[in-house]
Design a protein around this ligand. Structure first.
Ligand code: FRU
Length: 557
């Protein structure tokens, strides 16, 4: 049997489901007098129960499961948890005992991002509760700790000192008990939400969803609030908005709160009379909320405007949001849109709008402000079903945190400067010629290119047999082109007049392309079975390349 030494940890958290009546987790420790202490906890009957078993520090334990299945388990409860993070355990297949896993083990596969955040394993979607608090950036996220697919929602949690390296923390929120117990007929959980950080505490607003398996009039979405003073312990939640306003859809979620002058505002994703809408609420104290009116109605969206955000940026106001169940004219599904304009007396007058990300694999982005910067993170989604599951893999990840700006009413975004710390080996430096790099170790790299004028080119970003991903600039403009995969034929087109600068990030299954200093950004997943990467610039007039540089990118794990 394997042993687990608890070191500085004081709690075992384990998600366990019965495979047979009485299935349980057993924790054994030896005492000084030779006797043994045994703790047993029943696993959930039809669902993964979240068991928390106290441990003594620096003690050897034998942890086993009897007639039960475990989806995720880790040690927590150390005094310096924000620094050390949790310690993941895995099950020895031979004897069923748990052991301390190599904490970076699952990040080594050829389709696993090395510098984009993804959970230790299983499903992730929207970033939630983004904020900076007492020295750490916090990222919560929509999480299914049990499988590589969306299901009833938990909140996962990670912290970072630099927005680049992340430390995994314990799961924070779970679906309502009644949902877990009745999963055949009810679904829901802790849906997306935001954080408002002050010096002493963080206030969270989130949606609790409960409803039938098919969303409809019986679906209930309410807005809840909770607090934390140390980001390890979280208060009970209280309901602050119990139902949608008259005329709004049952889709009524994803609160994002901001302060303008002496008022608090909350934006919520919804629809009114079959048109996507961002609803605006107001409050004097952040607790009692009153519906004001729609901030924005988008008739191109029928179902719901999900995950809205609203912010003041560079002297204008910006609203962003995710277009649920919408196909654009290029065949792209579920894109995100931004709107810039003025905000006076609670009225948002839109002056300009555009796509947030032309690759359409960036969804539900959320932003927060820190020290004068507006930083946004999006969920790297997979709406074309291109995911290739692998054992102990994760499904989904987060974009590189992007710094947002508005110039001439247009939203610009570039990776936060901290990402430069990951610069690895130089792979290429040159100009005036085409480039061909093969066998790029680890398939994680960054390429920057400057052109003297708009130049037609094809850039190969990834290839696996007949399958490929490229960036193509020709008469019709700039677009990401995939071949041999499910997204083939969809036109991932950037709304730019010309291409003068490219900054390309490849990270195994993710490509993020920043055009003209952030005028357009495209995120696209591409699964390659190959451990090595490739990059090939084939420009019609290579003499237009005024500078080019390719570097490897280091792993954040
Ligand atoms: C967007 C979304 C949100 C919701 C969450 C549930 O991806 O559908 O609207 O809160 O995911 O996981």
């Amino acid at each position: 049997m394997k042993k687990v030494n608890s070191a500085k940890y004081t709690c075992l958290e384990i998600f366990a489901r019965q495979l047979a009546e009485g299935g349980k987790i057993r924790v054994l420790s030896g005492n000084a007098d030779g006797s043994q202490t045994m703790v047993e906890k029943l696993a959930g009957k039809n669902y993964f129960a979240w068991l928390k078993i106290p441990l003594k520090e620096d003690t050897d334990y034998e942890i086993t499961g009897e007639d039960c299945e475990v989806s995720l388990s880790y040690l927590s409860g150390s005094k310096d948890l924000l620094e050390t993070g949790v310690c993941y355990l895995e099950k020895d297949q031979a004897d069923g005992s748990f052991y301390i896993a190599g904490q970076t083990a699952w990040y080594d596969g050829s389709t696993r991002e090395t510098y984009h955040f993804s959970p230790w394993k299983n499903w992730i979607n929207d970033p939630n509760g983004l904020c900076w608090f007492q020295g750490y950036y916090h990222m919560f996220y929509q999480f299914n700790p049990h499988e590589q697919r969306w299901s009833n929602m938990y909140w996962g949690h990670a912290v970072s000192r630099d927005l680049v390296h992340w430390t995994h923390l314990p799961v924070v929120l779970a679906p309502q008990e009644e949902i877990l117990e009745n999963q055949e007929s009810v679904k829901g959980g802790a849906f997306s939400g935001c954080a408002v950080a002050s010096d002493e505490e963080v206030v969270f607003y989130l949606t609790r969803h409960k409803g039938p398996l098919q969303d409809g009039e019986d679906t209930v979405e309410q807005q809840w609030m909770m607090h934390s003073r140390d980001m390890i312990h979280f208060s009970e939640e209280t309901c602050v908005i119990g139902q949608p306003p008259e005329g709004a859809s049952f889709d009524f979620r994803d609160p994002k709160v901001l302060r303008v002058g002496d008022r608090w505002y909350m934006v919520l994703g919804s629809a009114i009379a079959g048109q996507g809408a961002i609803l605006l609420y107001e409050s004097a104290d952040g607790e009692k909320w009153e519906y004001a009116h729609p901030l924005l109605v988008e008739k191109r969206v029928k179902r719901c405007f999900e995950c809205p955000d609203f912010m003041e940026l560079d002297g204008t106001y910006v609203a962003t949001g995710a277009w649920m169940e919408h196909y654009d004219e290029c065949g792209r599904y579920q894109m995100c849109r931004y709107y810039t304009g003025t905000f006076r007396d609670g009225e948002f007058a839109v002056e300009n709008d555009g796509w947030f990300d032309f690759g359409s694999n960036c969804y539900a982005m959320q932003s927060f402000a820190h020290q004068g910067r507006r930083i946004s993170i999006g969920w790297i989604s997979d709406f074309y079903g291109e995911h290739v599951p692998c054992e102990n893999g994760a499904y989904g990840s987060m974009t590189i945190p992007r710094e947002l700006h508005v110039r001439d009413g247009k939203l610009y975004m570039m990776p936060v400067r901290e990402i430069r710390a990951l610069k690895g080996k130089t792979l290429y430096v040159g100009k005036g010629e085409n480039i061909s790099l093969t066998g790029i170790e680890g398939n994680a790299y960054r390429v920057r290119i400057g052109f003297s004028e708009n130049t037609f080119f094809t850039i190969l970003l990834g290839e696996d047999g007949e399958r490929s991903i490229s960036l193509v600039n020709e008469e019709e403009g700039l677009r990401i082109v995939t071949k041999g995969v499910k997204s083939e034929g969809i036109c991932f087109k950037a709304d730019v007049e010309e291409v003068r600068e490219l900054e390309i990030y490849m990270d195994r299954r993710v490509a993020e392309v920043y055009v003209n200093g952030g005028e357009a950004v495209g995120t696209k997943v591409f699964y390659s079975g190959s451990a090595a990467g490739c990059f090939a610039l084939d420009a019609e007039t290579p003499e237009n390349v005024v500078w080019a540089e390719a570097v490897g990118m280091k792993s954040i794990w």
